[in-house]
Design a binder for this molecule. Structure first.
Ligand code: NAG
Ligand code: NAG
Length: 240
């Protein structure tokens, strides 16, 4: 559900460990902490162990290292005073969050399109592609009013990777000039997004008007021919 706390801690690597001459192990854990679906809230963390003991931790929300043992306090202070380390951590966070953490847990905005179904001009399709997570809500509006009649929904379909797609269909009433829109609600969107149907009806109307004009023009020519013909025959019964 939107805004729900995920509290997911994602462990992706335990990159570095070594053994010193006294048989002490140093071990670091790099991970993301994702308290919500807001990418800005993702925390980048490094747990630093020495001889199985958590001695210090880097937390990107804090913006530095925190020591937990006497040795950890000293090292943390040293690292925090080191400009290179500070910059390095910020760059790491950018990369780690973007490449490794975001795809796994953070929401991805759907790619939305609104069009008529190919062989059925009276059915509109609102397609939402490549979104994450799965839960999505699609609503049709006609002149600002929610429409439920003539509406169908597809299942939310997995794409085979980690994303999903969903479709909804609205059957239009012939001849109605309604202002139709499709509203998308998804965890990736701060607020519902509304997509208006740019009616190709206008285009159709233009074609029709064009057609009618051509027809009239043809009729005028035809009539002209008829009139001409009849005039030549001295007949005044001109009907068109
Ligand atoms: C990182 O620091 C923030 C801000 O102090 C804190 O709210 C959060 O719980 C810390 N994260 C972890 C995993 O300890
Ligand atoms: C959105 O989907 C359409 C249709 O599949 C595709 O052509 C377009 O490239 C997609 N846009 C993005 C930003 O993925």
């Amino acid at each position: 559900q939107h805004g729900q706390i995920l509290a997911l801690s994602l462990l992706f690597t335990s990159i570095y460990y070594s053994k010193d001459q006294h048989g002490y192990f140093m071990f670091t854990d790099f991970f993301c902490y994702i308290p919500s679906r807001n990418p800005k809230e993702v925390q980048y963390l490094i747990d630093w162990y020495f001889n199985m003991e958590l001695t210090m931790q880097y937390n990107s929300s804090v913006g530095g290292w925190t020591g937990f043992t006497p040795a950890g306090l000293i090292t943390a202070a040293k690292f925090n005073a080191d400009k290179h380390d500070v910059v390095q951590r910020i760059l790491e966070r950018e990369l780690v969050v973007k490449i490794l953490c975001s795809k796994t847990v953070i929401s991805v905005e759907p790619n939305v399109s609104l069009q008529t179904v190919e062989d059925n001009v009276l059915t509109l399709e609102c397609s939402t592609l490549d979104f994450y997570p799965k839960h999505i809500r699609l609503t049709w509006f006609s002149n600002g009013q929610e429409v439920t009649e003539g509406v169908t929904f597809s299942d939310v379909l997995p794409n085979g990777d980690w994303t999903y797609q969903a479709h909804t269909y609205l059957t239009l009433t012939p001849g109605k000039q309604d202002h139709i829109s499709c509203m998308v609600q998804h965890a990736s969107l701060k607020e519902p997004k509304i997509y208006n149907y740019e009616s190709s009806k206008n285009q159709t109307e233009n074609y029709i008007i064009g057609g009618v004009c051509a027809l009239l023009l043809g009729a005028v020519f035809l009539c002209g021919g008829l009139i001409h013909y009849k005039l030549r025959r001295r007949s005044f019964a001109i009907k068109c």
